[in-house]
Each structure stands twice: as C-alpha cells, then as structure tokens.
Write a protein that binds this ligand. Structure first.
Ligand code: PAF
Length: 292
C-alpha cells in the first residue's frame, strides 16, 4: 500500500511504536524492521530501500546499544547525528524511526540476556569482543518484541552478526524473515561503515588494504585455489605489508556455523578484522556457488 504522503513518525517510547504498529497491522499492512546504531550511510540506505520494496511500512531503529560494547570500546565516541539520519530516512521512505533513550530500553536492574551457547559467537569477532554478540542478540530480540516485524534487514558486511541472528531466530522460533543485503562500498572499494569517520586521511588510504585483500582472495578462488590456509595467508601477507594495518584475524569459516574450514567451497565465508591505527574495520566475501 502506498505511503508517499505520510510524514515519517519519530517515536522515542516503546508504547508509541506498539500503538503505531498495531494500527498498521489492523489495516493489514506488513512491517519491515531495519535495526541500526545511527550515523547512517548508503549501506543503511540500501537496507531501507530493500525493506521499502518488500514491506508496506518500514521501521528503522536508531539506538547505540550499550550492551554490545565492552568497557574500553567506543560506546561514548560512537558517531551520532540524529537530524542527518532522519533526513536520510525520510528520503528513503522510512515510515517510523524509533530513537529510544537507554533508560527506555534497559531498566537499571535489567539482568536478562539472549546468548547463543555454542562456539559460533566466540569465533572471529567474538574472540576479541566476547560479550558483543550477547548484546546484539539481546537488543535485536527486544526490537523484535517491540516492533513485531514480518521481516528484518541486516547487512552482509557484518556477516557473523547476520549468521548469529539467523541462528537466534531459528532457535527461538521468531517467525521473522531475516533478509541479508549485499555490502555497499565506496567508489574506491572501502566497505561503508559508520566507523570510517574515525580514519585520518592517511588511515583512510591505508584502509583500502581490506578491500584489496578481499579482491585478492576472490581472485585466487576464481583461479581455482581451494586451500583456505593459502588464500588467507596471501591476504594476510598483503595486509601486513601496509604499515598502518594490524591484523586481528583473517579466517575462512563455514558461513552458517562460523567454524574454521580447510577447503574453500560455496557457502564458506572469508572474513577479516583489521586495525587501521586505532580503528577496527571488518570486511569479507562469501565463496560463490559458481566457484569450480
Ligand atoms: O549492526 C548494527 O548496527 C548493530 O549491531 C545492531 C544490529 C543495530 C544491534 O545494535
């Protein structure tokens, strides 16, 4: 159903969101959810576009979720610009933006978490960010309970997050379609990220080493290389030659379980996290079905 003239609603309370979503559902409209932490870029816009193309109404949450940051991480300095976010969301056809205070989402004595108790959230980013996916699962569960969407949209750049959310939705029988959307890149290849804003001009140039490593890995796979160790070693060597880069990990894992693999076959995720100066960036590619 068309929604071209309705102004975008800005909701700060759970009750406001519930009232509006109930009204839409009574009209028989479908609802899509795009969870974000704000400071939106074209990557987020592509999620909203996809949601708008698939659902009658689209809710975007803008909430820097404290439970997914460990002490010493960038919770306080995480970039924020809500007015700019709203302008972008209006342009892309968002129906309602949910922008709660931390106190609206978490009671002072909140003590309930959603956590996957397998190896999956402990691999890759989970090695250096042990509480991260517990925080993501908890806040996404809360957003699912508040918005009760038909579908929710996440970027493939955060490939482990996407896999974790798919597993959580399966294990907890959420009945919500999870839609993964392709990585959006700058013209020179750098994957779009709100954290790119932390980079100095020199670091910004160095950060290109991530997408160059992705391109190298994809090229080796296209040439028929199937050894995970050889491909990740070649990618690591390229990254290590960049003076401002420090590798956190470059790994090949099963795209669902996140467990390490030895052979590169369709469905394998080749993922990396690399510090450029103090900024930790991630990038990845999936081995395609068409790989020989
Ligand atoms: O990908 C993000 O921005 C966050 O991890 C998410 C999914 C919005 C949860 O806070």
């Amino acid at each position: 159903m068309e929604n071209e003239t309705a102004p975008m609603i800005i909701a700060t309370t759970i009750a406001q969101v519930r009232t509006q979503v109930d009204a839409w559902k009574k009209e028989g409209l479908t609802v899509g959810l795009v969870p974000t932490m704000g400071y939106l870029h074209e990557g987020h816009a592509s999620l909203v576009d996809r949601a708008v193309s698939q659902c009658d109404r689209v809710v975007v949450s803008v909430f820097v979720n404290p439970t997914q940051f460990a002490p010493g991480e960038d919770l306080e300095s995480y970039p924020r610009d809500f007015d700019r976010d709203c302008a972008l969301l209006r342009q892309h056809g968002c129906s309602l933006v949910f922008h709660p205070e931390v106190s609206e989402m978490y009671a002072d004595d909140a003590a309930t978490y959603v956590e996957i108790l397998s190896e999956m959230p402990r691999q890759l980013c989970g090695k250096t960010r042990p509480i991260h996916f517990r925080g993501v699962c908890t806040v996404v569960t809360k957003l699912f309970n508040i918005v009760t969407p038909d579908a929710a949209f996440f970027g493939q750049k955060d490939a482990q997050q996407l896999a974790v959310i798919r597993r959580m939705v399966r294990d907890l029988s959420f009945g919500i379609e999870i839609v993964g959307c392709p990585i959006v890149r700058e013209a020179d290849g750098l994957a779009k990220s709100s954290r790119n804003t932390y980079l100095s001009p020199e670091e910004r140039r160095s950060a290109l080493v991530l997408s160059r490593a992705v391109a190298l890995g994809q090229r080796l796979v296209a040439q028929g290389e199937r050894s995970a160790a050889r491909v990740t070693a070649a990618m690591s060597q390229l990254i290590s030659a960049e003076p401002l880069a420090r590798i956190d990990y470059v790994s090949a894992v099963d795209g669902e379980s996140m467990l390490p693999v030895e052979q590169l076959a369709p469905g394998v995720l080749v993922a990396m996290a690399v510090y450029i100066g103090k900024t930790r960036l991630i990038d990845n590619f999936m081995v395609e079905e068409s790989a020989p």
